[in-house]
Design a protein around this ligand. Sequence first.
Ligand SMILES: [Mg+2]
Length: 179
Amino acid sequence: MKRLLRALCPDEIYPSVYAIDYGRLWRSGYRALIFDIDNTLGEWGCRAVPESAYALVSELSSLGFAVGFLSNNSGEDRSQLKAQLGSWPVLWRAGKPRVHGYKNILTLLRAKETEAVMIGDQLFTDIWGAKRAGLYAILVAPVSPASDSLWAKLRRPAERLLLKLFSRENSPHHYADDR
Ligand SMILES: [Mg+2]
């Protein structure tokens, strides 16, 4: 049980992708950033990510980070989003929390798991999978909880419970956490 809890515990928690200290990640040796899309960069099911998220990802990319996207969504009917993220590798139907999607995107990014960071809004997919695959894992609050998929909505109460447990044990580090 303890081991499972540890596998679900993010290394850091932030209120949004904009609050993450990417400079510190770089100085710590991280060179690859893997983003979840839905409710991490934009609302669940968004046709395109907001301009601010696109600008952030572009900047991180030009700073030297290898950037990729890992989504459990099918990517169907999202041609605008696909065009928008076209300069970076995107894996749809990634099967998080299974490990193979993480391995595949790392191959595309030519990065080792020890130098990669997964950034996502869900403990039971993004974070669990990242920890299983040996990546550093950062949890962000969902962009719009109301837009969550049904499955995500059903998992949120369990996530809240776990986060309460984690914060009581004083791990992970909470950075300007507003939950
Ligand atoms: Mg998500």
